[in-house]
Design a protein around this ligand. Structure first.
Ligand SMILES: *[C@@H]1O[C@H](CO)[C@@H](O)[C@H](O)[C@H]1NC(C)=O
Length: 354
């Protein structure tokens, strides 16, 4: 692998003649509440990710209930309890522990500081109560959380949340905004405005400025956090927004959707100097269903040289999107695919990798 990678790097350097870092790709996975798992399971997941060559781990800052998805995990509050601006840093301290375990395994975090689906869809957080956001059963009809994206007080509250999370300190005193050894990227929000009208397609860009101000010259990336589908993810304005580095794509529509959408997305991103990442995709079903569905999408993504992050790795696996090493065929597909991602000719040049 090393010699292949080196050859790729040299070839790309010779071709470009300009950039000091070669175009590259990589693979990672989401495990959105991994910090709440009992330590033995948490370390088993991190060890398996390391062995499979997965380099990024995506988590959410959001309330987590006890023992969800068949896991043995503790419950934790969101970072805001009661009302926006009332901080409970328990969850951030748990994430600090996770960072301390991930870093020595060569894994960096992608942190989603908030989940759109906590706005009265799958969960209801402090923004729902303060801004009286109408709720719904997300499985049947996602709710209209427009107020969160339009009300100036809600926007100011959310900016304070972003600032609080970015200023939170790792155990050695380094603020997360400067912890590039442990953090690859901050999302703006998980799937902002997902499954509702795009009431302000510049909301991401405005929030990205809040994150950029906190990051300063840090090499941690500002990333969108994706949309609910291809069209939300490729929101035109994000490509023209100075403070956004990575346009994240989320799609569960499979390989043909990748093939029909990715070439255009790559062109636009290259023209505008943005990076692309397939930050959420996944497959449900039996072990063999997952293996074939994953292999197909991974081969397509590696062919385009686009880094990908699977939804999601956790212990235990399930017939839903969760997978782990006991699904031996799916896990082999991930491991093989991650090795190929690592040696793929990248469409873009990513820095700040482990
Ligand atoms: C969603 O909510 C906003 C503000 O609360 C409202 O203006 C808009 O009409 C609603 N949209 C739909 C489709 O109901």
């Amino acid at each position: 692998m090393v010699s292949l990678k080196l050859f790729g790097a040299l070839a790309s350097l010779l071709c470009s003649g300009l950039s000091l870092v070669a175009a590259n790709s990589f693979a990672g996975a989401s495990s959105y509440f991994l910090y709440t798992l009992q330590q033995s399971d948490r370390l088993a997941v991190l060890d398996a990710m390391q062995a499979a060559g997965l380099k990024t781990l995506r988590i959410f800052v959001t309330e987590v209930a006890e023992n969800i998805k068949g896991c043995t995990n503790s419950a934790v509050n969101d970072v805001e309890v009661g009302s926006p601006g009332q901080w409970d840093d328990t969850i951030l301290n748990m994430i600090n522990t996770l960072i301390s375990e991930a870093m020595p395994r060569g894994i960096k975090l992608i942190i989603a500081p908030h989940d759109r689906y906590a706005l009265g869809c799958w969960q209801s957080d402090v923004y729902v109560s303060k801004y009286k956001i109408p709720t719904s059963n997300c499985a049947t009809a996602p709710n209209n959380a427009s107020i969160f994206y339009l009300n100036s007080n809600a926007i100011a509250d959310y900016d304070k949340r972003l600032q609080h999370i970015l200023a939170f300190k790792y155990s050695d005193g380094t603020p997360w905004s400067q912890l590039s050894n442990g953090i690859f990227a901050f999302n703006i929000e998980n799937e902002a405005m997902g499954h509702m009208n795009m009431v302000d397609n510049q909301w991401w860009c405005h929030r990205s400025g809040t994150i950029r101000n906190a990051l300063g010259s840090s090499s941690i990336y500002v990333s969108t956090g994706g949309g609910a589908d291809w069209s939300d993810s490729l929101n035109y304005y994000n490509f023209y927004c100075t403070d956004i580095d990575i346009i994240d794509i989320h799609s569960y529509d499979g390989t043909s959707a990748i093939n029909s959408n990715m070439p255009g997305a790559i062109n636009t991103a290259k023209q505008q100097g943005k990076l692309l990442m397939m930050e959420e995709w996944g497959v449900t079903g039996s072990d063999s269903d997952k293996a074939s569905g994953m292999t197909s999408q991974i081969n397509a993504l590696n062919g385009y040289g686009i880094p990908w992050s699977l939804w999601e790795v956790v212990k235990p696996s399930s017939t839903d999107f969760e997978t782990f090493t006991d699904e031996t065929q799916a896990w082999a597909a991930i491991k093989t695919g991650a090795a190929k991602a690592d040696s793929a000719a990248g469409a873009f040049t990513f820095k700040n990798l482990p």
